[in-house]
Design a protein around this ligand. Structure first.
Ligand code: ZN
Length: 409
């Protein structure tokens, strides 16, 4: 099968005019601008940009059940308290979670997402639901560990599943929620289990100043909140180091570790993250809604950190659309080039979720995860800028060689 379009973006986000991509059966086998004539199965995406699918490297699909129930404010701990109160009083219904996961995957696909990094407290339900859906993005599913859970970390990973045989990836990882919400001993257990099972890891890290205060001095509103939740008690002693140092000591930062947010990091921590080839996922709309200072993504990119993008959950973001996310970033960070935004939203996300520490991905040989977004004829002559500043949605979305959306058919 061949897909052609006015522009094809290669892995370096360079536009190939009148380009094509050849797929067989689940992978890309050729990219170029001289359309082969030996294949009658050509799908013409028209006046569009054909490119690697968007990767939403950080979300919590199950929290779709909280859409419009809890809103982010500039008070991060206050938001955590409201979220915890609602979640404790919620009658967690298996069918509600399944519905949230199904809806989330469908909305993701419609916005051009071909790979989702999903964190779930009910990972077995979300994995089972995902595995049963034919038309969905690839999913890297991180089982969430919270301090109040009694389940052992290794019980969260089901190594017997047939999930790896699916043409679309369904990868199992583990997510100790954050540096402050999982007791130290339990965090170490997670590190041992993750290493033994070679499971990818995702952790919320350096998300707020309150987190820094709790780790360094054991004080502040986060301490009060954690005591009220039973995660720590009055005998708790501070760890005495900042979040990134704490994670490096417990997990030894690695390429298969994905740090969510990193809103409060210094240049030494950024260099450490770069050296260890650990990825950082930045969530622009959520970051903005909580009123954090500007994200240091430029310093991270300059230092060589693999920075990717995510929506986070519907408890802190109005939609799971990665197109909304990257267009928001374009409007709010005009100093960041359109190529950089698209690279973070595609190739960098794929590198982060693969967790192998790659610095570059070639399209040829990669899984055929592709989308086509129409060009606005009145918009920018730069195809990357054009699709970031127009309002079109993808007309084509292919996951692992399967064309799941084809609006021109
Ligand atoms: Zn999150």
């Amino acid at each position: 099968m061949i897909l052609r379009a006015k522009y094809v973006l290669d892995a370096d986000l360079r536009p190939i005019e009148n380009g094509f991509v050849r797929v067989s059966p689940h992978h890309i086998i050729a990219v170029g601008n001289s359309l082969p004539t030996d294949d009658l199965n050509v799908i013409d995406c028209g006046n569009a940009v054909l490119m690697h699918g968007l990767v939403n490297a950080h979300t919590h699909l199950e929290l779709g059940t909280l859409h419009n129930t809890v809103q982010p404010t500039h008070d991060f701990v206050g938001w955590l308290e409201r979220l915890a109160t609602i979640m404790r009083s919620m009658n967690t219904d298996r069918e509600d979670i399944k519905l949230a996961v199904r809806n989330g995957l469908q909305r993701s696909l419609e916005s051009g997402v071909t790979h989702v990094g999903d964190i779930s407290r009910f990972a077995s339900i979300t994995r089972e639901t995902s595995a049963g859906i034919r038309s969905r993005p690839n999913v890297t599913s991180y089982a969430e560990v919270l301090g109040s859970m009694s389940i052992e970390p290794d019980q969260l990973l089901d190594q017997s599943a047939d999930l790896h045989r699916l043409p679309t990836a369904l990868v199992q990882g583990i997510s100790p929620h954050a540096t402050y919400s999982v007791p130290h001993g339990f965090m170490l257990k997670c590190a041992v289990v993750a290493a033994a099972m070679r499971a990818p890891v995702c952790i919320h890290a350096a998300e707020s100043l309150e987190e820094e205060e709790f780790l360094l001095r054991g004080t502040g509103r986060l301490r009060e909140f954690l005591e009220s939740m039973g995660v720590c008690d009055s005998s708790h002693k501070p760890i005495g180091v900042r979040p990134i140092e704490f994670l490096n000591r417990t997990f030894s930062l690695k390429p298969n570790t994905l740090l969510a947010h990193c809103n409060y990091v210094n240049i030494d921590e950024i260099r450490l993250i770069a050296t260890e080839k650990t990825s950082v996922v930045y969530c622009p709309r959520t970051h903005h809604a909580f009123g954090h200072p500007p994200h240091r993504l430029d310093d991270m990119l300059d230092a060589g950190v693999n920075v990717c993008l995510g929506t986070d959950s519907l408890a802190s973001n109005p939609s799971l659309s990665m197109l909304d996310e990257i267009r928001f970033l374009r409007r709010h960070r005009t100093d960041v080039s359109s190529e950089t935004i698209l690279r973070m939203a595609t190739v960098n996300g794929e590198i982060a979720l693969r967790g192998k520490g790659e610095t570059h991905l070639s399209l040829i040989g990669s899984r055929a995860d592709l989308i086509a977004i129409p060009i606005d004829p009145n918009g920018s002559s730069d195809p990357c800028e054009n699709i970031l500043t127009n309002t079109h949605v993808p007309t084509h979305c292919m996951v692992a060689g399967q064309l799941l959306i084809n609006l021109t058919a």
